[in-house]
Design a protein around this ligand. Structure first.
Ligand code: PLP
Length: 457
């Protein structure tokens, strides 16, 4: 049933390495081992071409928040394709799903203080959305007569995408090394990783304040009148699920307010229920000016991304007039927007956000916290339905494994061969399962994780 018609797994793998250059892949290595061919999915499970079933605790790639096999989303795409599969929104035209979705997202974005989001700018991915952020931030300060405000501050180990601007905003050293990046006027501060950077005797709250103040130091070093914006993920996802201390975001807010710089919240992973809210800044109580989204806006069924543009920025773009020379063929794609609307319907009807904030999230947190007893686990933490743990050589001294130990890859490989998709980022193991997980699904997930940890030990 799961085998693609007429082709053996080996034949697909050979065609794959002959023709398909995958993202973030060592091609020589993949050609020797052959890619796992994923052929179908349902609920929280995916199957490969040999019929192996795996619990997908990464929701594809932080995308499939409503789970696989949703007929409602396929129907929405089909209906929209038959009505209007595509039309651009460049030259004084628009389309109904894009308008409805923009209005719906504006209504869902919580007002924090005086900041509300009445406008959306569309793209097809998180990377493009962050490119749009760079363009929009520069345009904003130009229109306000402060063109010297060009510098955007980001963080080490952040992930903001793979385009030239996205990878520059990101703080992944491997990506910078290969692309002669960052592009000019982008600079980074250290990430708020308490387990790694907390000082002896320092509490996590004290560390949170100290880490946030690295932003102020950087603003002063660059020159406050040259800084345009600060960009950050509410929780660093691809960097290994680094959950900041509770004091971090309020202190960041104080600093960006003090210097009047724009705050960009990159919620490509954290929005659409992952942390139990439509947008994650609500959970942490800060007030961004721009919010990047993608992935779970359609639960990954079709590409869509964008930027929630706060009124502080949108009003300047609108009131000052003049063309914004930026956009994409697929900005406001009608089929993608129709799928997003159906996806939001599902989340509302099935009360998925309430579940993450309530019983399901609480049970997930409790069961995951039990992994802290395991001898290999330095610290296991959750927020909503995202979780990360650091694997350590010595629990008492917090001694870390070296990169040659490849402990994460060992654990990940065991999971992959034993029915679980859990991702490794260096010595950190991370998950972000579908929001449709039941309590017994969580039990099964924890059983598989424990089995992998026991094997890796
Ligand atoms: N921003 C964040 C926080 C992400 O996690 C990602 C992807 O994982 C991106 C941006 C890039 O999104 P995309 O891969 O859709 O371009």
């Amino acid at each position: 049933l799961t085998k693609p018609e007429n082709l053996s797994t080996r034949e697909i793998q050979d065609l794959d390495s002959a023709h398909f250059l995958h993202p973030f892949t060592d091609y020589k290595d993949l050609a020797t081992r052959g890619a796992r061919v994923i052929t179908k999915a349902d609920g929280i499970y995916v199957w490969d071409s040999e019929g192996s079933k795996m619990l997908d605790a990464m929701s594809g790639l932080w995308c499939v928040n409503v789970g696989y096999g949703r007929k409602e989303l396929a129907d929405a795409a089909y209906q929209q394709m038959m009505t209007l599969p595509f039309y651009n929104s460049f030259f004084q035209t628009t389309n109904v799903p894009a308008v409805k979705l923009a209005a719906r997202l504006s209504a869902l974005a919580p007002k924090v203080g005086d900041r509300s989001f009445d406008h959306v700018f569309y793209s097809s991915s998180g990377s493009e959305s962050n490119d749009s952020n760079v363009r929009m931030v520069r345009r904003y300060w130009d229109l306000l007569g402060q063109p010297q405000r060009k510098v955007i501050i980001s963080r080490q180990n952040a992930y903001h995408g793979s385009t030239m601007a996205g990878a520059s905003l990101g703080g992944m050293s491997g990506m910078h090394a290969q692309g002669d990046l960052p592009i000019p006027n982008i600079t980074h501060i250290e990430q708020p990783y308490f387990f790694e950077n907390g000082l002896p005797g320092e509490t996590s709250d004290e560390f949170g304040i100290r880490a946030a103040r690295w932003l102020e130091e950087k603003i002063l070093a660059v020159g406050p009148d040259k800084v345009a914006a600060f960009i950050a993920e509410p929780i660093q996802g691809a960097g290994g699920v680094i959950i900041p201390p509770a004091t971090y975001w309020p202190e960041i807010q104080r600093i960006v307010d003090k210097y009047g710089i724009l705050l960009i919240s990159d919620e490509v992973i954290c929005a659409f229920g992952r942390l139990g809210h439509w947008f994650a800044y609500e959970k942490f109580g800060y007030k961004p000016d721009l919010v990047t989204f993608a992935k779970a806006v359609t639960s990954g069924y079709i590409p869509l991304g964008g930027v929630m543009v706060g009124n502080r920025v949108a009003q300047v773009l609108i009131d000052k007039g003049g063309e914004f020379n930026h956009g994409y063929t697929y900005s406001g794609h009608p089929v993608a927007c129709a799928v997003a609307l159906a996806n939001i319907d599902i989340m509302e009807q099935e009360l998925l956000l309430d579940k993450v904030r309530g019983e399901v999230g609480a049970y997930f947190a409790k069961r995951y916290a039990e992994l802290n007893e395991h001898p290999l686990v330095g610290l296991a933490e959750t927020s909503g339905l995202v979780a990360g743990m650091v694997l350590v050589k010595n629990k008492a001294t917090k001694e870390r494994f070296s990169s040659e130990d490849a402990v994460g890859m060992l654990c990940r490989a065991h999971c992959f061969n034993n029915g679980l998709i859990m991702r490794a980022v260096g010595d950190r193991m991370i998950i972000a399962p579908p929001l449709t997980m039941t309590l017994s699904d969580i039990d099964e997930l924890m059983r598989l994780i424990r089995q992998a940890l026991d094997f890796t030990l």
